[in-house]
Design a protein around this ligand. Structure first.
Ligand SMILES: [Zn+2]
Ligand SMILES: [Zn+2]
Length: 148
């Protein structure tokens, strides 16, 4: 593990223990589009190696607080008011998704841009089927193009 991973895992474990979640484990995976993931059944918080490495430890700690809030409120609550309250109480930002405003994202080979809100999506592999999607959040047209 890298220094950043060790520090982030330690930070996460410390808060989990303080909150009484002693069985949870921390993993680092290869995902490039999920900064953190909370797996309730396996009691695992999984971080993206790539995003942890690309961003500051302080930024990764915000993701840690986001995921710990999911652990505290339990499955099925999504990013609703209970989750948001727990996240803010932990000192987090209560924000559902990361964005390029505060996060270094890993650019893939394919980039999709929404023609209404301008949000960008990255894929390592060519999207299956059509290269044009509807952006469910705003209803805009999302077209994938190969990035070079
Ligand atoms: Zn979340
Ligand atoms: Zn959009």
């Amino acid at each position: 593990m890298t220094d950043k991973e060790i520090m982030l895992a330690g930070f996460t474990q410390k808060i989990l223990r303080e909150k009484g979640f002693t069985e949870w484990k921390i993993e680092f995976g290869r995902a490039s589009n999920n900064y953190g993931l909370c797996k309730y059944k396996k009691k695992v918080i999984r971080y993206s190696k790539l995003l942890v490495e690309a961003n500051s430890l302080e930024r990764s700690k915000l993701t840690a607080l986001h995921e710990i809030a999911h652990v505290i409120v339990g499955p099925g609550k999504g990013h609703g008011p209970l989750w948001k309250k727990a996240c803010i109480e932990l000192g987090g930002d209560g924000i559902r998704c990361y964005s390029t405003k505060n996060t270094v994202v890993i650019k893939g080979k394919w980039v999709g841009t929404c023609d209404i809100c301008g949000k960008e999506f990255f894929r390592y592999r060519k999207p299956k089927g059509s290269l044009t999607y509807k952006h469910s959040t705003c209803g805009g047209k999302l077209t994938f193009k190969k990035e070079n």
